[in-house]
Each structure stands twice: as C-alpha cells, then as structure tokens.
Design a protein around this ligand. Structure first.
Ligand code: ADE
Length: 251
C-alpha cells in the first residue's frame, strides 16, 4: 500500500513513523509512506501558503494553488492507480474501525492535512474524495488525525502485525469491546487470574471471553451493543448477568 501525506509540517511525522510497527511495515515493503511539504509547491519568494478569507473574519485559509499543485504532483507519481484522496477535517465523516478496514483495501491513499481555518473550499469540492474527522473536537491541524488514520490503516495490512490473528480478535472488529487479558503470574499481589483461563479448556475459554466482551460492551459502550447482532440467547444471558451483577469485572 502506498500512502502520501500532504502537510505543512512533515517533521511532525518523523517520530511516529520511525518507530515500531509503522516503521516495520515500511522496512518490509508492506507500506510506503511519502511525505510532501505543501510549502514546496509555492512559487513566491516567501513561500506563502495562506491568505485572508474573502468576506473577512478571523483566521487564515490555506491557498488553493500550492495544495492543487501538490496533489497533482503526487497523483502523477503513479499512472495506473487512482488514489483515494482524503482531507482531514473536523467536518468529515467520523473515523471508525469500519472506515479503517475500508481504507486498508485501497492500494493508494493520499492524506491532506488542513491547517489554519481550513483549506480553500474549491480544493474540497474538486480535489478530494472523502473527508475524515477523528472526533468531535478541533485540533490545530490535520497532522495528528492523519497519523491516527495511518496507524489504524497500516496495522490492518496483511503481514504488518506479528501474529496473523492479532488484528482480528480485538475491540471493535467484532462490533464489541474486547475481553480482558491476563498473563503470568497467575497470582499477582493476591490478584488472581480467572480459573477458566488456566483450565486449558478451549471451548470454555472462548465462551468466557465472549461473555466478558458482552458485559464490557454493555457496561461501557451500550451504543455498540444496540448496533451489534448478538443472539437472542446472549441477549437474555446478558440481561440476567447485568441484573444479578454476577461475573462482572469492575466497570
Ligand atoms: N483538523 C482539526 N481537527 C480535526 C479533527 N477532529 N479531525 C480531523 N481533522 C482535524
């Protein structure tokens, strides 16, 4: 997968992209990340990328010319692949695991980081395929959102995560929050690991995990449960468990 990031602050990406899983994905050739400085696409002496908004008002607007040129330049890198161009903006569609899964299927992703009050509307209208928000809050720019999107997408590329199923059984991928994890020692400071996990009984472990995932989701994110198809039997069990408070881990 190829990912191009258009930003005014490429140096912001060097820490996160030079470490850990994103770095490994690049080293292995599973993801190619290219950073572009929008300022490099200006032609004036002062490399100006922003200007006052027409009609007045506070803040500055990212000028259309350098963004247009940067996007054209990036697009020309590959002739036989069409990129998905995504603008990072708090006005975009909310980023969720399902969107990460969809984007991970694209061969080429271009992330455009807005700044100041935003980009000129004509860029949004004519040069962008989709708009992504990482949540209902306003950040100083699209760089951190682009890193969030990139991280969530790259780890889904087959072969990026260590073990084949470590990206499959986790929170949100099943529509539920994930069950709790324990590792050795089984008794730490008198805090015990549930017996079932030490039993070696795979079917019982699977059942316990599913039930814990249901309880966790009901306690913390009931909105997810409402959207998630769980069986009538599970729904009944869950209602009883919540009522009795049995087997519940602290919320
Ligand atoms: N730029 C500023 N705030 C943002 C947000 N919440 N999501 C995406 N891009 C942004």
């Amino acid at each position: 997968m190829r990912i191009d990031v258009l930003t005014l602050f490429p140096a912001m990406f060097s820490g996160p992209f030079d470490e850990s899983i994103i770095k490994r994905a690049q080293d292995r050739g599973l993801a190619q990340v290219h950073l572009h400085n929008i300022r490099d696409f200006t032609h004036d002496r002062h490399h100006i990328v922003d200007d006052y908004p027409y009609g007045g008002g506070a803040g500055m607007v990212l000028k259309p010319e350098p963004v247009f040129e940067a996007l054209q330049s990036v697009r020309s890198a590959l002739v036989d692949v069409v990129p998905v161009v995504a603008l990072m903006t708090p006005q975009g569609q909310r980023f969720e695991q399902s969107m990460a899964e969809e984007l991970a299927k694209a061969p080429w992703l271009v992330l455009l980081c807005g700044h100041y009050e935003g980009v000129d509307e004509r860029i949004r209208q004519h040069m962008v395929d989709r708009e992504i928000s990482v949540g209902d809050y306003v950040l100083t720019g699209g760089e951190l959102p682009a890193m969030v999107v990139l991280d969530a997408v790259v780890r889904l590329i087959p072969g990026v995560m260590g073990s084949a199923d470590s990206a499959g059984d986790e929170s949100f991928s099943s529509g539920l929050l994930e069950y709790p994890h324990y590792t050795r020692p089984s008794d730490f400071m008198g805090w015990k690991t549930p017996d079932v996990l030490l039993s070696g009984h795979h079917a019982e472990v699977a059942k316990w995990r599913r039930r814990q995932a249901l309880i966790r989701t009901a306690q913390r994110r009931p909105d997810l449960l409402a959207e998630n198809p769980i069986t009538a039997e599970e729904r009944e069990w869950l209602a009883e468990a919540l009522e009795e408070g049995q087997g519940l881990s602290p919320a």
